[in-house]
Design a protein around this ligand. Structure first.
Ligand SMILES: NC(=O)c1ccc[n+]([C@@H]2O[C@H](COP(=O)([O-])OP(=O)(O)OC[C@H]3O[C@@H](n4cnc5c(N)ncnc54)[C@H](OP(=O)(O)O)[C@@H]3O)[C@@H](O)[C@H]2O)c1
Length: 336
């Protein structure tokens, strides 16, 4: 099968960082595995995080990639949720070979039925960002309709879905941050009711928007930088949700007198720890597919590259590394 892989963890322009290759096909699926023919993929901050320079050399080409849409080719003996021919989408399991290959094995319990109304490329844009945003809002924060939410870092992949879920599914009043005219326009098109510039005085802008305090704060960027802002902005008995690892100790004492709840979201927790509710991601992806098919949600795709090869993946990694991506970038098809 054709694939794009890495051997060394190095600067993206190094020839071993990402290269085109041909690899043996995966073995026949066992257990709950599906064998999927990958049609489209998207790129996330995780790709750059996994690939970033370190002193390690793989003994054989390693395929990375954490989002895919494709068609089920074969199923393992324990599979009950899918059959060959089904169109599916999934984020996958970082401990296994990734999606930048024509064929991929993936556990059915973390796979959803692809939205019927979206193209393969549009479906591939969704899984990782959508699962992160959905789990954060509904599994961790357990948001209640009619409340208010501040979403910091709203214009990227996760933010685009978080804003839509908050505004169009949870019926929250959404204040979203964006620092440029184009990212502000994008966030508004995703359903945000108010825009705040995170490079300015967030507290003053919240007050000007009529929401000096909000019921929920979600940080999708730089937890170290925004934690105190979040602690000040959250209402008594409100909640803060974090999706970005902290590198400094945070002063949780700031949350004490307001009895604020603090939650974390890490989209691979269920997969990494094989939690008993692993199939929750199957259910979430199916629910999101239904929301697309009912016209509730809009595709976050803003950039499209074809085919899936080293040249385009280099460009995609650089695009994500800029920190200025708006919506989602997708890649479709393998070279002929
Ligand atoms: N915990 C998890 O499971 C999980 C899962 C997925 C992603 N993540 C993390 O979530 C974060 C967002 O991911 P993503 O894929 O949405 O990223 P992304 O697509 O690269 O987000 C880019 C957007 O973020 C905004 N931004 C950049 N720096 C910012 C800052 N300092 N403050 C506020 N906004 C900023 C920019 O908006 P403006 O141009 O308007 O400034 C830009 O448009 C990343 O740190 C990623 O590693 C965590």
């Amino acid at each position: 099968m054709k694939a794009t892989a890495l051997l060394r963890y190095t600067d993206i322009d190094h020839p071993d960082a990402v290269f085109d290759t041909t690899l043996p096909n995966p073995p026949a699926p066992t257990g709950h595995d599906l064998l999927v023919r990958v049609h489209a993929v998207s790129v996330n901050q995780l790709d750059n995080r996994v690939r970033r320079p370190k002193d390690k050399v793989e003994p054989a080409p390693r395929v990375i990639g954490y989002d895919a849409a494709g068609i089920v080719q074969a199923v393992g003996p324990d599979v009950t949720l899918f059959q060959p021919g089904d169109a599916v989408y999934y984020s996958g399991d970082p401990s296994r070979p990734g999606s930048h290959a024509e064929l991929q094995l993936v556990d059915e319990r973390i796979v959803g039925r692809a939205p019927a109304t979206l193209s393969m490329a549009e479906a591939a844009a969704l899984p990782l960002a959508s699962l992160t945003a959905w789990e954060l809002l509904f599994d961790r924060l357990r948001v209640q309709p009619g409340r208010s939410i501040l979403i910091v870092g709203a214009a990227g992949g996760v933010g685009s879905m978080a804003v839509q879920f908050a505004a169009r599914v949870a019926q929250l009043e959404v204040i979203a941050t964006a620092s440029r005219p184009e990212s502000a326009a994008w966030v508004r098109s995703m359903g945000a009711h108010h825009i705040v510039d995170h490079t300015g005085d967030i507290a003053a802008q919240l007050a000007a928007a009529g929401h000096p305090q909000v019921d929920y704060v979600v940080l999708l960027a730089d937890t170290d930088r925004y934690f105190e802002t979040a602690a000040a902005a959250v209402a008594p008995q409100g909640a803060i949700g974090l999706a970005v690892e902290a590198t400094q100790p945070a002063n949780i004492g700031l949350l004490w007198d307001k009895s604020v709840t603090l939650v974390w979201e890490m989209v691979y927790t269920r997969i990494d720890y094989r939690t008993s509710d692993l199939d929750r991601q199957h259910a979430i992806l199916n629910q999101i597919a239904a929301l697309f098919d009912h016209g509730v949600l809009a595709s976050p795709v803003t950039s499209y590259l074809a085919p899936i090869n080293a040249t385009n993946l280099r460009a995609a990694h650089k695009h994500m590394a800029s920190g200025r991506a708006i919506g989602k970038l997708v890649l479709e098809g393998f070279p002929a």
